[in-house]
Design a protein. Structure first.
Length: 292
């Protein structure tokens, strides 16, 4: 693993120039004010007559700035995200068991090297592929890119993750630094359609912008942050990100004197070649501890 040096590209072709994108993003808007924001997961249907969610969206224009050629300027602790070059031995990501057996250990090693953490616990992963095949016909049902500004966990939900997954060690682990990091990688091709944008922590109003949303599973609850629009937000992405280029997205940090999280979303780049392959990606979510 290495931080992506200035002016280089993981591919064998010459690095393109910066490609900032004028686009729109979907921010939080309430559908009702009768109760706090909630969302049922696809695994758990709401009671009859109750909507799946009371969270809506409103569209705002933004510029997403290309970091290509200056990737090393951004770090997890300063900005909440970081790019590294780290080729994976797995290439297809079609078998969940193989992902757990072969890819998880690689992610664990990446995170330990990048963060200095002593213990890593990976609790899930998501493979995203477009539901539309390359011939334009519907493909098999897969989870596609999420086009809504969000953070995967709230602060409290991140702490509860430790108690949920590691109950015997939770009190000891929570006494040390805890981070929750999403490790995001393209699959098969450079990203052309629906690239991933990340919001710099330094331009986020932590008290105003973050909206906790109850995430209702069968038998338990989690919580995510939706995000209110703020014209001060500054958005970034890595143009034509390749499968060899990994993005670390911080979703939680127990330390309060540095970047604690990063809002993120897929977005539309209308300048992308229409015949380019649809986006495929994998994200692995992990708890990173300073304690063993």
């Amino acid at each position: 693993m290495s931080a992506i040096p200035t002016g280089t590209n993981a591919s064998t072709t010459a690095a393109p120039g910066p490609h900032d994108v004028q686009t729109t993003l979907n921010y939080y808007a309430p559908l009702s004010t009768d109760e706090p924001p909630y969302q049922y997961t696809s695994l758990d249907a709401p009671p009859p007559g109750r909507p799946m969610t009371n969270v809506g969206s409103e569209v705002h224009p933004v510029v997403v700035h290309d970091v290509r050629g200056r990737e090393a300027e951004f770090t997890l602790d300063a900005n909440g995200f970081q790019y590294v070059r780290a080729p994976a031995t797995e290439r297809e990501f079609t078998d969940d068991e193989r992902i757990r057996e072969a890819y998880y250990p690689e992610v664990e090693a990446l995170l330990k090297k990048a963060t200095g953490g002593k213990r890593v616990f990976i609790f899930d992963h998501t493979v995203r592929r477009s539901p539309i095949k390359e011939d334009g016909k519907p493909g098999r049902v897969e989870r596609g890119p999420v086009e809504a500004v969000h953070v995967d966990q709230t602060y409290e939900a991140s702490r509860r993750r430790v108690e949920y997954h590691l109950p015997e060690d939770a009190s000891r682990l929570l006494a040390s630094r805890v981070r929750l990091i999403n490790v995001w990688r393209p699959i098969a091709n450079p990203v052309a359609h629906k690239p991933l944008a990340v919001s710099d922590w330094q331009y986020l109003d932590n008290a105003h912008d973050l909206v906790p949303v109850r995430l209702i599973y069968p038998g338990r609850e989690g919580a995510t942050f939706s995000v209110r629009y703020n014209p001060a937000h500054r958005w970034h992405y890595l143009s034509a990100q390749t499968p060899e280029e990994v993005l670390f997205i911080k979703c939680y940090d127990s330390e309060e004197d540095r970047a604690r999280l990063t809002a993120h979303t897929a977005f539309e780049d209308k300048t992308s070649p229409k015949d380019a392959p649809q986006r495929q990606s994998i994200e692995v979510r992990a708890l990173v501890f300073d304690a063993e």
